[in-house]
Design a protein around this ligand. Structure first.
Ligand code: BG6
Length: 501
C-alpha cells in the first residue's frame, strides 16, 4: 500500500456515513441519533414536491457493501481525494471503551481500498451523528463526552493514521447545534439555549482534544509528522440587502461575527468573541465557561480550514421594513435579533429547492477567512447542487449541476491565483445519498443511485464525465460542450457493467 502525499491541488468528492453507508445494524453496529430520528419521524411527502422527506437510512446507497465498487468508480473518475465523514457508532457501538473489531476492520478495509486506488481518504471525525449510548447520557451537553471522544480519536489515529495525512475534526458545528440544540429540526432536537451553549462549547473542546491526540499519534509514529488537522465550517457570506444603507452594512458585520468568528475563532485562535459571553449573561443561560477550557483551546488550535460554500445570503438590519420587497421565501431571524436573513425574489437565482445560486461571494469570502486566520491552508469541503434529476432516460443529463460546479470551481481557482491558500476542492457529493432536508428526492451526486434497486445500482451522470475531464486537466479545462460530453457519457456507459456488482 502506497500512501498518497499532498499534491499540488486536490480534486475530491465528499460524503457522509449516515447519508450514504446503510448497514445500520450490520457488523456489530447499534443505533446513533440519526437512526433513531429517521425511524421515529418517517415522512414521505407527495412525489415531486420540494418538501422535507425523512426516509429510512437502513440501506441508503449501501456504501457499506459497495465501497470496493465505488473505489473503482472513483478511480475511473480520476479522483485524488475522498472526504468521508466517519461513523463513531460503528467503531464504538456500546460504550466509550469497547472497540467493535468488525467496525474497525470495515474502516481499515475501506481506507486501504481507497489508497490502493490512488485516492487519499480525508476523514471528518464527527458529522452530527452521536451514538445513542452517548446521547442517553446527555450527549454533547455532558462534559464526559470529551473523554469518550478522546478514546475514539486515539483509536482512529492509531489504526487509520497510516492511510492519510489530512483530517478534519468536526463538520458544521453551526448547522448541528443551531438545528439540533437551538431548534428541533435535527436530532437530538433539544430546542433549548442552555443545551446549545453547552453543546457548542463541548464540540469546540472536542477539537482541542482531538488535536492533543493528533500530536501524540504523531510522536508515536501513527501519523505523519506533517499531517494536518482542520475544522470544517459552513458559512454563507452575507450580501447587504441595500449596500447604501449603513444599518444593513452593520447587520452584515453582526452576521459575520455570529456566523463566522463565533464558529471558527475557538478552534483557530483559541478564543470566543466577547459577545458570546455577553449573550450567555444577558439571556441567563445556565452555563459557565471555565478558564482551564480556554487554555485547552488556546494550546490546541487547528492547522487548516474546511469551508462548505453552497450559497451566499442577503442580510438586512433587524428592524428594516421589508413590506416593499418581493421575497421568495420566509425571512429567517436568528436568536441574537441583530439582523435578518432574507431571500429577494428579483435578480437572484434559485435552485428548485429554493437555495440561492451565486458564486460571486466565494472569492471575497475566502479572502475574509484567509485574512482572519493568517492565511492558513483552506479547502472547499462541500459545494454542490441539490436538484431533481431526470432519471427516466438512458442518460442522466444534469446540465444545471455542471454549470453550478463550473462557476464555483472557477471562483476557487481564481481566489487561489489571487493569493488564497486553497489546497483543494471537494464537491458534494460523489453519488446520490440521503439528504437531511430532501431525503432521496434531492439529488447531489455525480453518480446516480437507483434507490429502488436492491443492489442500489450506480450510473454515471453527465456531470461525472465533465468532472473527470476537469480532474484530468488539473482544473485547466472547465469548458462545457454538451454534445461532446454526451458522447463521452455514451462511451462510459458501454463499459459501465464493470461497476454493476
Ligand atoms: C451540508 C451537510 O451542510 O449540506 C450535508 O454537511 C448536507 O450533510 C448538505 O447533505 C446539503 O444539505 P441537504 O439538506 O440539501 O442535503
Amino acid at each position: 500500500m502506497k500512501k498518497i502525499k499532498n499534491r499540488e491541488f486536490i480534486f475530491s468528492c465528499s460524503t457522509n456515513a449516515f447519508q450514504i453507508e446503510g448497514g445500520r445494524n450490520l457488523g456489530g453496529r447499534t443505533d446513533s441519533i440519526w437512526d433513531e430520528f429517521t425511524k421515529r419521524n418517517f415522512k414521505i411527502p407527495p412525489v415531486g414536491s420540494a418538501e422535507r422527506e425523512i426516509n429510512s437510512i437502513e440501506i441508503a446507497a449501501d456504501f457499506f457493501h459497495k465501497y470496493k465498487t465505488d473505489a473503482n468508480i472513483m478511480k475511473n473518475l480520476g479522483l485524488n481525494g475522498f472526504i468521508y465523514n466517519m461513523d463513531w457508532t460503528r467503531i464504538f457501538p456500546k460504550n466509550s471503551t469497547y472497540i467493535n473489531p468488525e467496525g474497525l476492520k470495515w474502516h481499515i478495509d475501506m481506507f486501504e481500498t481507497m489508497v490502493n486506488n490512488g485516492i487519499k481518504p480525508i476523514p471528518i471525525i464527527f458529522h452530527w451523528d452521536t451514538p445513542m449510548w452517548a446521547e442517553i447520557q446527555g450527549g454533547w451537553e455532558n462534559p464526559s463526552i470529551l473523554d469518550w471522544f478522546r478514546n475514539y480519536c486515539k483509536v482512529i489515529f492509531k489504526y487509520l493514521g497510516r492511510y492519510t495525512d489530512m483530517w478534519f475534526v468536526n463538520d458544521e458545528n453551526s448547522t448541528f447545534t443551531l438545528s439540533a440544540y437551538l431548534s428541533d429540526y435535527m436530532p437530538p432536537a433539544k430546542n433549548n439555549p442552555t443545551a446549545f451553549a453547552k453543546a457548542i462549547h463541548h464540540l469546540n473542546l472536542s477539537a482541542a482534544i482531538a488535536k492533543q491526540e493528533f500530536d501524540i499519534a504523531k510522536k508515536e509514529g501513527y501519523l505523519d509528522k506533517d499531517a494536518l488537522l482542520g475544522i470544517d465550517h459552513d458559512w454563507s457570506p452575507a450580501i447587504p440587502l441595500d449596500p447604501k444603507d449603513v444599518n444593513d452594512l452593520k447587520a452584515v458585520e453582526d452576521y459575520n461575527e455570529w456566523f463566522l468568528d463565533f464558529w471558527l475563532d475557538p478552534n483557530l485562535k483559541g478564543t470566543y468573541p466577547e459577545f458570546f459571553y455577553k449573550w450567555i449573561e444577558e439571556n441567563n443561560i445556565d452555563f459557565k465557561i471555565k478558564e482551564s477550557d480556554m487554555d485547552l483551546l488556546k494550546n490546541n488550535t487547528l492547522d487548516f480550514v474546511g469551508w462548505n460554500y453552497y450559497r451566499p445570503c442577503f442580510v438586512s438590519s433587524f428592524d428594516k421594513d421589508l413590506s416593499n420587497i418581493k421575497l421568495k421565501k420566509k425571512t429567517e431571524t436568528f436568536f441574537v435579533k441583530k439582523f435578518k436573513v432574507l431571500f429577494p425574489e428579483n435578480g437572484v437565482r434559485y435552485t428548485d429547492w429554493n437555495w440561492i445560486i451565486d458564486p460571486s461571494m466565494l472569492e471575497p469570502g475566502a479572502k475574509i477567512i484567509s485574512k482572519k486566520y493568517d492565511n492558513k491552508p483552506m479547502m472547499i469541503v462541500e459545494n454542490g447542487l441539490g436538484d431533481f434529476d431526470n432519471k427516466s432516460e438512458d442518460m442522466i443529463i444534469d446540465e444545471k449541476r455542471i454549470e453550478f460546479l463550473k462557476e464555483h470551481i472557477e471562483a476557487v481557482l481564481k481566489a487561489k491565483e489571487n493569493g488564497v491558500n486553497f489546497i483543494g476542492y471537494s464537491m458534494w457529493t460523489y453519488c446520490d445519498i440521503f439528504s437531511p432536508s430532501g431525503g432521496y428526492r434531492k439529488d447531489y451526486g455525480l453518480v446516480s443511485v437507483d434507490f429502488n434497486s436492491p443492489i442500489r445500482e450506480r450510473k454515471p451522470k453527465l456531470s461525472y464525465v465533465w468532472y473527470k475531464k476537469v480532474i484530468a486537466s488539473n482544473g485547466k479545462d472547465l469548458s462545457i460542450n454538451i454534445d461532446e460530453l454526451k458522447k463521452q457519457l455514451e462511451e462510459e456507459l458501454i463499459q459501465w457493467d464493470l461497476f454493476k456488482k
